[in-house]
Design a protein around this ligand. Structure first.
Ligand SMILES: Nc1ncnc2c1ncn2[C@@H]1O[C@H](COP(=O)(O)OP(=O)(O)OP(=O)(O)O)[C@@H](O)[C@H]1O
Ligand SMILES: [Mg+2]
Length: 218
């Protein structure tokens, strides 16, 4: 199992909600499988994704990432896990403005000490970035920027790819093209994909789907 979430509860500090935003949530995901998470705005989808990506802390329960329990990890171990086991693609691309495409693609892999120029060149080629390698983010429109973010995320050969509304900032046609490339590469690399989306058609393309509402998954 790449990901196991067991009875995880998360309360947002300072919020006076009666219920935790995540109330004993459990799910699991194995290598090569894809999971879509839907739910209304504010239902806690990004919150859950951030917990799974070791970017935020939970109140109780446990999350195992490739066998490693996240609770009680010190910051250094947590950072190492974040760099090597899991990658995140965000709605707003989050690529580094001061780096060209090639350097953006290798950024996380270099930090994780897994830089592999050949693999990165292959990803760039598969994602249609070969003519853009020396460009900077401001010279790219949304579709290519998100393709760079996907290449960067996969460069590290993560066990788990997290994607939070990855096509939310793109027009429908561009979004579909980007998503289809992402799904092809996920299948090819056999990493697991956990994708947050508002799109029903998109969710139905994945192996499994879960809906978050009132702190519970169904
Ligand atoms: N760091 C935080 N501090 C305070 N409130 C927060 C924080 N993070 C999230 N929240 C609140 O928790 C709730 C869940 O937020 P979250 O971003 O997880 O929802 P979401 O399902 O991803 O929504 P969307 O579809 O709009 O992205 C919201 O009410 C949000 O305002
Ligand atoms: Mg969100």
């Amino acid at each position: 199992m790449v990901l196991e979430v067991t009875e995880v509860t998360k309360t947002i500090p300072g919020s006076d909600l009666e219920k935790p935003i995540l109330d004993r949530v459990s799910l699991s995901l194995s290598a090569g499988k894809t999971l879509a998470l839907t739910g209304e705005s504010g239902s806690g989808k990004s919150t859950l994704l951030h917990l799974v990506g070791a970017l935020d802390e939970f109140d109780s329960g446990e999350i195992h990432l490739d066998g490693a329990a996240l609770s009680g990890l010190n910051e250094a171990r947590c950072a190492a896990l974040r760099r090597s086991k899991v990658s995140i693609v965000f709605q707003q691309f989050n690529i580094v403005p001061s780096l060209n495409v090639t350097s953006n693609i290798s950024l996380q892999a270099k930090l994780a000490e897994r830089h592999d120029a050949e693999w990165e060149a292959y990803l760039a080629s598969r994602l249609g970035l070969n003519d853009l390698l020396n460009r900077f983010p401001e010279q790219l429109s949304g579709g290519p920027q998100q393709r760079v973010a996907i290449a960067r995320a996969l460069a590290v050969r993560p066990k788990l790819l997290l994607a939070d509304e990855p096509t939310g900032s793109l027009d429908e046609e561009t979004g579909e093209a980007v998503l289809s490339l992402m799904l092809d590469l996920v299948r090819e690399t056999q990493c697991a994909l956990f994708l947050v989306t508002h799109s029903e058609p998109l969710a139905s393309c994945l192996d499994r789907r879960l809906h978050l509402s009132g702190g519970n998954l169904s």
